[in-house]
Design a protein around this ligand. Structure first.
Ligand SMILES: *[C@@H]1O[C@H](CO)[C@@H](O)[C@H](O)[C@H]1NC(C)=O
Length: 298
């Protein structure tokens, strides 16, 4: 019995030490350029948080974490009841982690309406889908809409990491990258299982949807092939040997990287970092994104 108490005591001790370290760690000093780089992904995190929150609970950050929500999100109506609850929990926590490290900024205006996702799909196929794509209609549509988001964040974290100076910022970005990759992997694996199914009423397979979305992102990013759907040419697949492509990676099987500029081009849907639109009607927030607005003309 005494041994058990002792063990519990030791465990408690370990736990509380860990909590203190973690806290001090998150509170550490971060250089100015690091602040810009660490703040930038908040734009995507807000979006993911809102999207997964609405999808699983039917309400957004305003209700769950009012202090995180400082702007208005257009309401979405019918919502898929996909059990994505885990995802948004991560997102909420992560918004908190970024904001504990840097000042952060209020949530930018987001457009997560059906029309917004329908536009992405139309652009991906090069013509309007009939009827227009509804991300909230059923599980597979919701999963496909989910495919649109975390991967972009993942490439952003890979791109940001080598530019960071402080250990605090590096630790934060590594932690965010890890979780973002996990989300992307779960979503891609779920989609992969259903790859051969048709998305109705279009008669187009799930795999084809992912390939088109990835091609669109490559086109908008304007920086080569950094995005791959669930099926690729054999020579592009892992070790140049397989077509099935649950994880996207370069020829060394490492994650692709993207700059904030490439990411803005993609999430604005405009192919231009100075031309907001898409999911961010008024543009993204933070010094990096704002530096492009009002420069180079819209
Ligand atoms: C959201 O996006 C859709 C499709 O592009 C557009 O029709 C609608 O006006 C946008 N809403 C806002 C508030 O920007």
């Amino acid at each position: 019995m005494i041994l058990v108490y002792f063990l519990i005591l030791v465990l408690l001790q370990v736990n509380s030490n860990y909590a203190v370290d973690e806290y001090m760690f998150i509170g550490g000093k971060v250089s100015k350029s690091d602040v810009d780089l660490v703040e930038f992904p908040l734009n995507l995190e807000y979006m993911e948080a809102e999207f997964f929150l609405w999808g699983s609970l039917g309400h957004g950050l305003d209700k769950l974490a009012p202090e995180l929500a400082d702007a208005v999100v257009p309401e979405v109506n019918t919502l898929s009841r996909l059990t994505s609850i885990r995802y948004f929990m991560f997102e909420v926590v992560r918004n908190g982690a970024i904001k504990d490290t840097v000042a952060g900024f209020p949530r930018p205006l987001l457009n997560l309406s059906r029309e917004s996702f329908a536009t992405v799909m139309n652009d991906a196929f090069g013509h309007p889908l009939e009827p227009s794509f509804d991300p909230y209609a059923n599980d597979i549509n919701y999963l496909l809409a989910s495919y649109v988001i975390p991967y972009v964040g993942l490439t952003g974290y890979v791109g940001a990491n080598p530019k960071l100076h402080s250990p605090t910022a590096k630790r934060l970005v590594a932690g965010l990258l890890g979780v973002e990759s996990g989300q992307d992997a779960v979503l891609r694996a779920l989609l992969y299982e259903r790859g051969k199914e048709n998305v109705e009423p279009y008669g187009i397979t799930v795999t084809e949807f992912t390939n088109r979305i990835s091609e669109l992102r490559n086109k908008l990013g304007r920086h080569g092939n950094k995005d791959e759907g669930l099926k690729v040419k054999t020579k592009v697949g892992a070790e140049g040997k397989i077509q099935g492509n649950i994880l996207a990676g370069n020829k060394y099987s490492l994650s692709y990287d993207r700059t904030p500029e490439e990411i803005l081009r993609i999430v604005y849907g405009s192919g231009k970092e100075n031309k907001p639109g898409g999911f961010y009607p008024n543009g993204a927030e933070g010094r990096i994104a704002r530096s492009y607005l009002g420069h180079g003309g819209e």
